[in-house]
Design a protein. Structure first.
Length: 301
């Protein structure tokens, strides 16, 4: 088993099932520290996250562990006990970063250290905690997305074999990770039943729109809006239901409700293949444009 990298080195290796065993052993050690406090249970949950927790892709051989806590001050009180177990405090400011970082490793010289683990302490129930878990589970469930992530990592690693603090390597992954975290939240929020989720950038509305496929090969359009628009979006969905019932060519309505912890409203409807009107209309003759407008008016009437 390959484990650990020197400071600044960027290297990817094939996934090793032994990483999961090592992570489980590390989690057990962390639970002993967090549960041994006289103040009671400080950690709410501890899980293996990051690329070594994604079974189908190459990863840097450093184990990432996320620990969910209610109070950073209680964790700081455990720093001596954590460091006695080999978890070294990296002095991140939790008030600025909403995260405390410890690492595990060993010094090979006064100026060089091999890191084998990163321990990320985050607030229980925070978006940071949710993103760690959902991103891991989403990439394990959707291999195509995981392979896309792996390709980005391979390209960046080849360009940045030595990268102090791995800043360029991390920056190169940032946009993909942020976009995938947003998609993973959608996937988790809808019961992990979607097998494909793609952001749709066309259209004139401010809704977030996604092309969706499920295990039954249904192709759907998901629209997500701020919950402040609930009444308007509900009225629009009900109109879609009535219009569909009388035979107008429109998307079949499937679901309407709240998501994102009741912060957003969504509608789920059938996907209709077609061409963007802003692209297609200018190519049509004025006569055809007029005929299309007339047909649209008749349908609306």
């Amino acid at each position: 088993m390959i484990i650990g990298l020197k400071r600044g080195v960027v290297e990817l290796v094939d996934h090793d099932p032994e990483w999961e065993k090592l992570a489980a052993q590390t989690i057990e050690r962390l639970w002993r520290v967090f549960n041994s406090s006289s103040g009671g249970r400080i950690a709410e949950d501890i899980q293996h996250v990051g690329s070594t927790a994604i079974a189908s892709i190459k990863a840097q051989p450093i184990i990432d562990i996320a620990v969910a806590v209610e109070d950073f001050a209680e964790v700081e009180s455990l720093t001596t006990a954590l460091e006695a177990e080999g978890f070294i405090h990296r002095n991140w400011n939790p008030n600025e970063n909403e995260q405390m970082l410890y690492d595990v490793g060993y010094d090979v010289s006064p100026d060089d250290r091999v890191t084998t683990h990163f321990i990320h302490i985050v607030r229980a129930g925070s978006i940071t905690w949710t993103d760690y878990i959902d991103f891991r589970d989403y990439l394990n469930a959707i291999p195509d997305v995981a392979k896309e992530y792996e390709s980005i990592k391979i390209r960046l690693a080849a360009k940045n074999l030595y990268d102090p603090c791995r800043e360029k390597y991390l920056a190169g992954k940032h946009d993909f990770i942020v976009a995938s975290q947003q998609t993973a939240r959608i996937w988790a929020d809808f019961g992990k039943r979607f097998t494909k989720i793609e952001l749709v950038t066309k259209g004139l509305s401010d809704d977030k729109k996604y092309y969706i496929e499920d295990a039954n090969a249904r192709r759907m359009l998901l629209r997500v809006s701020d919950v402040k628009e609930y009444d308007y979006k509900k009225a629009s969905y009900q109109m879609m239901e009535r219009v569909y019932e009388i035979g107008v060519l429109t998307s079949q309505p499937f679901e309407f409700g709240l998501c994102n912890g009741n912060k957003s409203v969504y509608s789920l409807s059938g996907w209709l293949d077609g061409e963007d009107v802003e692209t297609a209309l200018p190519r049509m003759s004025e006569t055809d444009q007029y005929a299309l407008g007339l047909k649209t008016g008749e349908t609306l009437r």
